[in-house]
Design a protein around this ligand. Structure first.
Ligand SMILES: Nc1ncnc2c1ncn2[C@@H]1O[C@H](COP(=O)(O)OP(=O)(O)OP(=O)(O)O)[C@@H](O)[C@H]1O
Ligand SMILES: [Mg+2]
Length: 267
């Protein structure tokens, strides 16, 4: 069982930031139905909608600190957090994007050390802690001496998630499809949720959609509405999690080269 203590996570940085995204226009140039979206510190929000509906673009607007200067015309307002747009050297956001790969050619250990040093993380154990968390998310372990360039897609994502949780000092976390690449999405979310940072998760996974207390619905590039997860939906969530656990067990057995007949009872 993964246990993350809040004080282990990026300890010397401001955690509190609430963000408001003022509406712009959808893909057809029409004003967005939802006039503004606010996410408070410590809250999480799922971003849902069909493929191409603008989920990643919305995360980009937050990452780029949009000021009516992106394709959507939205504007981001940040309170209780650091000031200055990302290109001023500040940067409020840690983003796990949909496509992940490292351009740097170094060992995992060197990368984590450099990043920890840049962020003034003084603890001696930070590299080991980060690697340990990453390895709880992926099947085949990442080693300190491994080159970043030979990590698989899932290992890269696992390392980035652990890096965001333990080393990054950004007070807002944006996650684009955490369910990608076969990593344990629930463990990943629990690592990332162990701080007060607002977390926005763009997802196609119904479990992740319902785990957030609220979800933003996107359509044709526009913010449509925010729905609060109802008590009935939370009950359905428990049922969906049981089904998902069953599916994941079957997946793990099959991908480990095992067979299902004797080992896995039918649902
Ligand atoms: N409001 C908008 N105005 C203009 N273009 C937009 C707007 N929103 C999204 N787009 C564009 O539409 C395309 C699809 O958007 P995006 O990649 O955000 O979809 P998505 O919901 O993340 O899809 P997927 O689920 O496949 O990841 C992108 O090229 C994006 O730049
Ligand atoms: Mg996307």
């Amino acid at each position: 069982m993964l246990q993350i203590k809040t004080e282990d996570l990026a300890p010397e940085v401001p955690r509190m930031a609430s963000i408001t995204l003022l509406a712009g226009r959808d893909k057809s140039g029409r004003g967005e139905p939802l006039p503004q979206l606010s996410v408070e510190a410590g809250q999480s929000l799922a971003v849902v909608g069909p493929t191409g509906s603008g989920k990643s673009e919305l995360l980009s607007d937050i990452e780029q600190w949009a000021d009516r200067d992106t394709v959507t015309g939205r504007r981001l307002v940040v309170s209780d957090g650091p000031t200055g747009r990302p290109h001023d050297g500040g940067g409020i956001v840690a983003r796990l994007s949909q496509k992940t790969s490292f351009v740097m050619d170094s060992s995992v250990e060197h990368f984590l050390h450099i990043h920890a040093e840049c962020r003034n993380r003084g603890q001696e154990t930070i590299v080991e802690q980060t690697l340990d968390a990453a390895n709880q998310l992926c099947g085949e372990p990442i080693r300190l001496g491994t080159s970043l360039q030979v990590l698989s897609g899932g290992q890269s994502r696992a390392l980035m998630i652990a890096d965001i949780a333990f080393i990054s000092d950004a007070p807002v976390v944006l996650i684009d499809e955490i369910e990608n690449a076969g990593i344990d999405k629930l463990k990943a979310l629990s690592i990332l949720s162990a701080s007060d940072k607002p977390i926005l998760v763009a997802t196609h996974d119904p479990i992740l959609m319902l785990m957030a207390p609220r979800r933003l619905v996107m359509r044709e590039g526009g913010m449509q509405r925010v729905i609060e997860t109802s008590p009935e939906e939370r009950e359905r969530l428990a049922e969906l999690r049981r089904m998902d656990a069953h599916l994941c067990r079957a997946r793990d057995l099959i991908r480990a080269g095992d067979t299902l007949q004797e080992r896995e009872p039918a649902l």
